[in-house]
Design a binder for this molecule. Structure first.
Ligand code: GLN
Length: 235
């Protein structure tokens, strides 16, 4: 009806921004794996094709430019559904609930944003975590130097090497980091932002969006979603 084809080529191309474990990251062999990858693999299977992943900066994903220019068929990037992003992208039904969390090095006395007075706080550029922190700092007139990093790896590295006193990102990525690097980092505080992740398509590609929603509903109904959740997220 809409005239927009489900997918452009013989593969389902997925735009994402690496690394964002446990949603998407490279395994030891260089293959991109994770919670989002596993769910989009189900969509690819339903379409009778394979998934091809395109690693690209988050800015181009959330701004709609990558999908609307045809760089990818779908975006799967641990991406929170927001009103602003809905103006430029069409989102699937929510597939994951998240909040923001403040991570510190183990043993740090910092427990709150107020406790960061005069200190540096790291965030990831272009994310809802960055938006949330900038808003809090402005509203509460906090004396915090907010430093934006280009990706999650750079942010985590900055925290690990004491370039920032604390860092904010989505809670599940800190949980994953703590699992992979036991004893290094602790979650000092959570911020209940009530975020939900969605997969995104080019505006108007309702055929692909409907397929994604059907696959998600079927995966929730038959236990596949729970299995994928247990594999990548845990309890
Ligand atoms: N959930 C956050 C957002 O959508 C972070 C996503 C990411 O960095 N991949 O802004």
């Amino acid at each position: 009806e809409s005239g927009v084809p489900l997918i452009k080529t013989g593969a389902l191309t997925t735009c994402t921004h690496l690394p964002y474990a446990p949603f998407q990251s490279k395994d030891s062999s260089g293959k991109v794996v994770g919670f989002d990858v596993a769910l989009i693999d189900l969509v690819a299977t339903k379409l009778g094709v394979t998934q091809e992943i395109v690693d690209t900066p988050f800015e181009g994903i959330k701004s709609g430019s990558d999908l609307n220019s045809g760089k990818c068929d779908v975006a799967a990037a641990g991406m929170t559904i927001t009103d602003e992003r809905k103006q430029v992208l069409d989102f699937s039904e929510p597939y994951f609930d998240a909040t923001q969390a403040l991570a510190v090095l183990t043993g740090s006395p910092v427990k709150t944003l107020e406790g960061l007075a005069g200190k540096r706080l790291g965030v990831q550029g272009g994310t809802t975590g960055e938006d949330y922190i900038k808003k809090q700092v402005a509203e509460k007139k906090l004396d915090i130097e907010v430093v934006s990093y280009r990706d999650l790896a750079a942010l985590q590295q900055a925290l690990a090497t004491n370039q920032v006193e604390a860092a904010v990102n989505d809670l599940p990525v800190w949980n994953e980091y703590i699992k992979a690097n036991p004893g290094k980092v602790a979650v000092a505080a959570g911020f209940d932002t009530g975020e939900q992740y969605g997969f995104a398509v080019k505006k108007g590609n309702t055929a692909l969006l409907e397929t994604i929603d059907e696959v998600l509903a079927a995966a929730r109904a038959d236990g596949t979603y729970d299995k994928i959740y247990a594999t990548w997220i845990g309890e």
